[in-house]
Design a protein around this ligand. Structure first.
Ligand SMILES: Cc1cc2nc3c(=O)[nH]c(=O)nc-3n(C[C@H](O)[C@H](O)[C@H](O)COP(=O)(O)O)c2cc1C
Length: 166
């Protein structure tokens, strides 16, 4: 599968098989995440891999009824901002999140991006459940595992959303 096909094939998966993702794959996903672009190359991110069943069952209450064997939390590290006035940490961490999603698809895994920040209750709850240090803000929680549902590859292309400035 080439990169374009992988992009179209990635869909949000909400049903997962009861099968663990290997450390080799998790390592690849982390390398893909940290290959993302970031403002001034500040890399203001931190990644939390959650396999622990108790922690997952606490986290799952915040979102839908997911059953993923692994959850990856992508968080911004406020001590690493490009500059204190204009911070791009949300964009930087979103780029890392999408790299994880696409690499997972390439590896035959399914994902669902669950938004955390800026939803105040979710941000607070994730921080508390994972006991995150001061200055770490969870942006996204990725449900990750082997797919137990299939979805069509697609784009949602809409011509009217594309404007050529002449
Ligand atoms: C920032 C963001 C937050 C999202 N949060 C959730 C969520 O909390 N729960 C969920 O089931 N899906 C969530 N999604 C997935 C979207 O619902 C999904 O991407 C959208 O419906 C398009 O479907 P597709 O991913 O299959 O293309 C989120 C996606 C993004 C980008």
């Amino acid at each position: 599968m080439n990169a374009y096909e992988t992009i179209l094939k990635r869909r949000s998966i909400r049903k997962f098989k009861d099968k663990m993702v290997s450390d080799l794959f998790l390592d690849k996903l982390m390398k893909a995440a940290m290959a993302a672009p970031s403002a001034r190359n500040s890399q203001p991110w931190k990644f939390y891999i959650v396999k622990n069943a108790e922690k997952r069952s606490e986290l799952v209450k915040i979102f839908r009824d997911f059953n993923a064997p692994v959850m990856v939390v992508v968080a911004g590290d406020m001590s690493k901002l490009a500059d204190n006035k204009t911070d791009f940490w949300v964009q930087d961490c979103a780029a890392a999140t999408q790299n994880i999603l696409l690499t997972a698809e390439h590896l035959g895994l399914g994902t669902c991006w669950c938004g955390v920040y800026p939803k105040e209750p979710a941000t607070k709850q994730v921080k508390e459940i994972l006991n995150l240090e001061e200055g770490i803000i969870p942006l996204s929680l990725i449900q990750l595992g082997y797919k137990d549902e299939e979805k069509e590859a697609r784009t949602q292309y809409a011509k009217e959303r594309v404007v050529e400035i002449k």
